[in-house]
Design a protein around this ligand. Structure first.
Ligand SMILES: Nc1ccn([C@H]2C[C@H](O)[C@@H](COP(=O)(O)OP(=O)(O)OP(=O)(O)O)O2)c(=O)n1
Length: 167
């Protein structure tokens, strides 16, 4: 079992105190501690969200090479290069494809641009798509494949295999 956060511990104490009918003022002061903590967390989360939005706004047209460099740096800083073998990265990517599929699971057909989806659902979708892309880029890198170059060549090959109808 995961260790409980302070937030969760205070909630448990509050629930426990209420169930044993500990005098209400004491219950209430525990509750206010819990509520204040929640407010602080919400503020912290909002500030974090705003900081992330600013960071995202800085990358309107990021290149595969840049993402690849950042992934390399990310792994180096954590000493995770030892885990980033081709097989591990492939399995990690397939796992993320599973998480991506889960978002669409049991929904029936989904209209283009996802008009009826909540913003939070779209954000989640963006995250899972990114995880797949990031693992794919890292896998290509570790295998010594220049993904941008390979994909460009493949598009040319596709066009030869499937010529467009003359109009
Ligand atoms: N050894 C690792 C672990 C993670 N990542 C990076 C690449 C992915 O973009 C992201 C994946 O992180 P998680 O494994 O935490 O997966 P999720 O973000 O999907 O979290 P969860 O599975 O809890 O939804 O982190 C990485 O490069 N190398």
């Amino acid at each position: 079992m995961l260790p409980l956060s302070v937030h969760e511990r205070v909630l448990l104490i509050y629930l426990y105190a209420c169930s044993w009918q500990i005098p209400l003022p004491l219950c209430e002061s525990i509750k206010s501690l819990f509520v204040q903590r929640g407010v602080r967390n919400t503020r912290k989360e909002r500030a974090k969200g705003e900081a992330m939005e600013k960071e995202e706004a800085k990358a309107p047209d990021v290149s595969l090479k840049e993402l690849s460099n950042r992934l390399e740096e990310f792994a180096k800083e954590r000493d995770w290069e030892q885990y980033h073998s081709p097989r591990n990265l492939l399995l990690a990517m397939v796992g993320e494809v599973g998480e991506l599929a889960e978002i669409f699971m049991w929904r029936g057909e989904v209209a283009k641009s996802l008009p009826n989806w909540e913003e939070s659902e779209k954000e989640h979708l963006g995250e899972e798509l990114s995880d797949v892309l990031l693992y794919l880029i890292r896998l290509s890198d570790i295998c010594g494949i220049d993904l941008g170059d390979a994909a460009t060549k493949k598009i040319v090959k596709n066009a030869i295999k499937y010529p467009a109808k003359a109009t």
